[in-house]
Design a protein around this ligand. Sequence first.
Ligand code: ZN
Length: 244
Amino acid sequence: MRWAFISDIHANSEALEAVVKDIDTQGIDQIACLGDVVGYGANPNECIDLVEKRCPIVILGNHDAAAIGQLSTQHFNIHAKIAIEWTAGALTEHARTFLGGLQLKSVQPPATLVHATPYEPNMWYYITSLEEAAFNFQFFDTQLCFVGHTHIPIIIVLEDNHEIYVHQDTTLEFSSMSKARFLINLGSVGQPRDHNPAACYGIYDADKCTFTYRRVHYDVGQTQAKMRKIKMPDFLINRLEEGK
Ligand code: ZN
């Protein structure tokens, strides 16, 4: 079984379409989306339609929850708040219903899927250190856990002897590591923040025990032009070309 995991699309339909096109060349059996389909970009409804069509498993993200009023934006920064207000007004009834039906967590052995953290996924905490990662390993039972939320692709390994470290490659081959466990952040399709503007997603091959990131170029200028038209903050528009 070959999985494609996509996360943090953020209403960027150019990035999502480019990623889905790439997925279709990779012999993928199933696509799962780890949340934040909307927020920031100009095409929330179009992204929801494509995700609904292609992803049997979709996890709720904090921007998705905020856009339908399930989560207050009091902890959002001003740019994210402006984007959520616009998104809330733009969503169709169908899109709202779709987002309202999403789950916080899905266990697909040997993997657990959440948007933010396996520990209390409804609290939208961030994993930004090995200490926080080590803490979170206690809150899932599977060998792997896939997350999004920070928009930074990273693979954290917990060895059987409790050693924890960051895997220094964009590809992981773990058939000989049956006792190790992995916390893998999928990066972001629609707003990468690791100084690489190309859309990011991950492919997990459950039979071969491999995981690899893929980067897909898309028309950033077209996405930015649409965001300018709906008067999104310049900060949100400019960051896309720098991937930060
Ligand atoms: Zn996000």
